[in-house]
Design a protein around this ligand. Structure first.
Ligand code: PMV
Length: 341
């Protein structure tokens, strides 16, 4: 790591940000406006302390129209794999009105192959570091809206603890905000990594396909009621109230995915193995643990901190579970004084 010259007083066009990934309790799945990533419904998530991305952005103010360079977990991205990041750098350049090229180096503290979405933490960190390095001072809502353009869930990773993304109806009104900070409730997310392997449809393509599922209308019809329950459950730190709704919306979202055209099937045999085991622990042993699943095969087991060791022990004994990543609620995106280059 390199010390920031700015901290010693010299000007710099470099900044570094760390942002946590997040797990949604009520999901974002489906877009009202695909160009702007305006979602069909509000979503609520917990920012994760244990899975984060650190990104350094340096702008070259003597360059104009040169190519950007992007290195992710030690690998220099080329062509299509860099395109989504370059598209976001274009948004940042437009915001500042400059033609400068950027060097971006980004590291995840969780393995990419683990199937945990890195787009939320990655684009939150890129937005905060990139705008800071440009000398832009944007408030949290504007940063959230900007991050949303790259990845909807990134709008939530700007904030720590428990976060709600308000659907809104325009670029500036579709933003996230913190509803409780990270000290509010020591909830745990135990991410059971089951065999990944097969390449699946990206979430950006999946959001567009949601419109083709006959179940989207049913989910949309109920989601406001589920959001209200999740708000109440989180405010009261009530897992018995949160858990059933958490599972219901995850199943509703996967129902939408499975019934879209083409059908998306993210589950693997290991996914079901974990779900059946979890139900048995809860129903036969009284263990208070619930699940949610994102656009992938891994299962997120949500329980309170005091139950986590018992859940983790049981999970580790399942043949399908390759690895467990445990995380409590974490802080919002923060600028660091040390850089990756
Ligand atoms: O931000 P995206 O486009 O990667 O979409 C995230 C979609 C889910 O992770 C499945 C749900 C959510 O709200 O995080």
């Amino acid at each position: 790591m390199h010390r920031d010259a700015a901290i010693e007083g010299a000007p710099t066009r470099k900044a570094t940000c760390r942002a946590g990934s997040n797990i949604a309790f009520i999901k974002y799945w489906g877009v009202a406006d695909p160009a702007l990533n305006i979602p069909l419904n509000n979503s609520i998530s917990m920012t994760l302390a244990g899975a984060h991305t650190t990104t350094t952005v340096a702008w070259d103010d003597s360059s104009s129209g040169a190519a950007d360079s992007v290195t992710l977990d030690g690998v220099e991205l080329q062509g299509a794999s860099a395109a989504r990041i370059v598209a976001h750098l274009d948004r940042l350049r437009a915001q500042a009105g400059v033609p400068w090229s950027a060097r971006v180096v980004s590291n995840n503290n969780f393995p990419m192959a683990s199937g945990i979405a890195s787009s939320a933490s990655g684009f939150a960190a890129l937005t905060v570091a990139g705008t800071a390095a440009l000398g832009l001072t944007l408030d949290a809502a504007r940063l959230s809206a900007l991050a949303r353009r790259a990845s909807g869930s990134a709008s939530r990773s700007l904030f720590g603890g428990f976060v709600e993304w308000e659907r809104g109806s325009s670029h500036s009104s579709s933003t996230a905000r913190q509803i409780h900070d990270e000290s509010h409730w020591p909830l745990m997310d135990l991410i059971a990594i089951v065999s990944t392997g097969a390449k699946h449809t990206s979430s950006s393509d999946g959001h567009r396909l949601a419109a083709t599922s006959p179940f989207t209308a049913a989910r949309t019809q109920h989601v406001d009621e589920w959001l209200a329950t999740v708000r109440r459950a989180v405010a009261a730190s009530d897992l018995a109230l949160l858990g059933p709704v958490l599972e219901l919306d995850a199943l509703a979202m996967h129902g939408v995915m499975m019934t879209s055209a083409p059908s998306l099937l993210y589950w693997q045999p290991g996914t079901l193995e974990v779900l059946h085991a979890l139900r048995a622990w809860r129903e036969e042993e009284g263990l208070p643990v619930y699940f949610t699943i994102d656009a992938g095969p891994n299962v997120h087991l949500i329980c309170e901190a005091e139950t986590a060791p018992a859940v983790e022990r049981r999970l580790a004994s399942l043949p399908a579970v390759e690895r467990i990543i445990a995380s409590g609620p974490g802080p919002g995106a923060q600028l660091l004084g040390e850089h990756l280059f």
